[in-house]
Design a protein around this ligand. Structure first.
Ligand SMILES: [Zn+2]
Length: 296
């Protein structure tokens, strides 16, 4: 009898340990995003008002889940406040609208530095000599579930939604890319797209960007995308969301493939620029030597 009681108590305890966190999470995610956070989201995302009620609702639910599941860590003395968390979550979750996917399931931690951060790098020269050096980065996406961001560039990228440069969109595009098992510019496409079309279109435009970068010719996409197919996908994602009219005009097939993948048309969220407005903007990052991170 005593044995039965202890077995029952142990079973109840194990059940509580397993079920209570799930119940808490379900209850938290069922609640609407707090009004204060909705205001932060609207303030930090210049296109928020243009999304429409349906996509705004989706974004709020995605942000709610992101904020519940992911851990934010301030680095170099930075204290990460709720405004920072909502700003980062809002931009990251923009990539998930209409996609009915999980919220970056492999990601668990976002490390936030006040500004560009130094990371050790091994540089190999033409003779194969490896030199240890340090490089300034604005963001980095790791395959072990971490994203690293420079807060001043997150804020700047969100404030200017027309320059095609956004470190959050860039690093979280790397996260999506890695969900297919390898980070190579070919994310999991689902049933909406054909890998053959995707590969043909991206290979052609990647080669064109490499040629532009080599000849130092201006391009609608940042020349950093010529670094590798993975960087091309991340840079093209920034361009798709921030310079959709220019991308659709200069790279219609690429814009079509990204439209099928992301399942949104960001042209609906901003007015068409005046004739050839900034499509010839210089293809360089704001900080000399700083980059939007190399996936590892
Ligand atoms: Zn990158």
């Amino acid at each position: 009898m005593e044995m039965l009681i202890w077995t029952t108590v142990a079973g109840l305890l194990i059940g509580a340990v397993l079920l209570v966190p799930r119940w808490r999470r379900r209850r938290a995610l069922a609640a609407p995003l707090a009004p204060g956070r909705v205001a932060m989201l609207a303030h930090s995302l210049p296109i928020y008002d243009r999304l429409g009620a349906e996509l705004q609702g989706q974004l709020q639910r995605l942000v709610q889940q992101f904020l519940y599941d992911k851990k934010f860590v301030g680095c170099d003395g930075l204290e990460v406040d709720d405004d920072m968390r909502v700003t980062i979550a809002g931009q990251a979750c923009l990539l998930l609208l209409n996609r009915f996917t999980r919220v970056y399931p492999a990601l668990h931690t976002i490390l936030v530095y006040p500004g560009a951060f130094l990371v050790p790098r091994n540089v190999v020269d033409g003779a194969g000599v490896v030199t240890a050096t340090r490089q300034d980065l604005l963001g980095e996406s790791w395959g072990d579930g971490r994203v690293v961001l420079a807060w001043d560039h997150v804020r700047r990228g969100g404030a200017d939604w027309h320059d095609g440069q956004n470190v959050v969109l860039h690093e979280f595009a790397h996260q999506l890319d890695s969900e297919s098992g390898s980070t190579n510019g070919a994310p999991y496409l689902g049933s909406q797209s054909s890998y053959r079309n995707w590969s043909q279109v991206l290979s052609r435009d990647f080669a064109a960007l490499r040629a532009d970068a080599m000849l130092r010719q201006h391009s609608v996409m940042d020349h950093y995308g010529a670094t590798s197919p993975a960087e091309f996908f991340a840079v093209a994602t920034e361009t798709f969301f921030e310079k959709p009219w220019q991308m659709a005009e200069r790279h219609p097939a690429l814009y079509g493939e990204f439209g099928k993948y992301y399942r949104v048309d960001p042209r609906q969220w901003q007015d068409a620029p005046l004739a050839h407005g900034d499509s010839d903007a210089p293809a360089s990052h704001g900080d000399p030597g700083a980059r939007y991170g190399n996936w590892r």
